[in-house]
Write a protein that binds this ligand. Sequence first.
Ligand code: OSB
Ligand code: MG
Length: 390
Amino acid sequence: MPITITELRLAVVRLPLVHAFETSSHRKNHLDHILVRATATDGARRYVGWGECASPADPFYCGETTGTCWQVLTGHLAPMILGRPWQSTAEAAGMTAKVAGNNFARAGLDMACWDLFAQSRGMPLARLLGPHPAERVEAGVSLGIEAGVDALLAQVDRHVRDGYRRVKLKIRPGWDVEPVRAVRHAFPSVALQVDANGSYPPSDRLRLAEWVDDHDLLMLEQPFAADDLVAHAELARRIATPVCLDEAITSVAVLRCALALRACAIVNVKVSRLGGIGPAKAVHDACRAAGISVWCGGMHEFGVGRAANLAVASLPGFTWPSDLSGSDKYYRADVVTPPIRAQAGMVAVPLALPGIGVTVDEAVVHEHTRRSRTLRAAAYRTEAPEGVPR
Ligand code: OSB
Ligand code: MG
């Protein structure tokens, strides 16, 4: 029976970070993500599905921000889907297909649709995606830029002691070979990789080629700007360390360009960056067909987005360790129960419940909500006013 979304409740939820996170472009002490709560019916039963827009607040990772996601969700995506029945997640995605770009905004709604659909089928999301989901995914930590090498070594030490076996370091010009050498020296057996978030100019490729191969790195992620596939291809020819693309891969079509140019050997699959679970699975499938390995990246998701990431990461092409950590690496209190935790460097895929497989604690959501709005199908023009519920 078709599913119709009757109400969408959007909330900007702020969670403080346990430890400030700095990348090549910005430093953060808290994150504002938009939670999407979709109420739907299939005629017989009522469902509540959840999604998360994990957009950074500032347009440094990509062009989107929390503000643009809010605008696009409330002004465009929500009106396109509210009150209109759909039979499949592809049909639901098709309803908003004429919106160009805005993948983070789209991902929040797409995730909620997959949650609703999986619940209506009585299936955990991971099982809906593939017949043989992995029961657990290899975890990993992504460590930000620290004030100095000693502070970074302390962070690596803490997480290795917690059981994480794979560590990703953020690098940028001026913070690269020295911290990487120090971490490799202190942790000779840790699986190590680096992520530059596009911070190197293409003219730095000879300098990069001089040091990257000397530290037994699993991969070098996105050294150059998102749209500079040629620079990545030229570097990939010069170094033995595999080049991985993150920001660059925004669709299956761009992935095909990257593969045609041999710009990468590995792809970081992110549900948020790709615009949802459907496109993330499509990129996984295309990589698998092309013999390219993938792994699951993240955007510091709260429990909702993290659960969806875990379901996607249970697909068979995810062969490298992920950026999925226990939520306690980021947040003191998360918005879902049971809390997502890493054990001995692995995170369990939620497989016990239908849908995304975690329960949202609405009291916690409410407590941390900065702004909210409810949009309804039947009375769209008389939607609830915007406000902070308190
Ligand atoms: O480039 O992978 C990235 C976080 C925010 C923005 C970009 C990135 C990241 C991470 C963190 O590396 C991954 C995570 O722990 O969720
Ligand atoms: Mg990255």
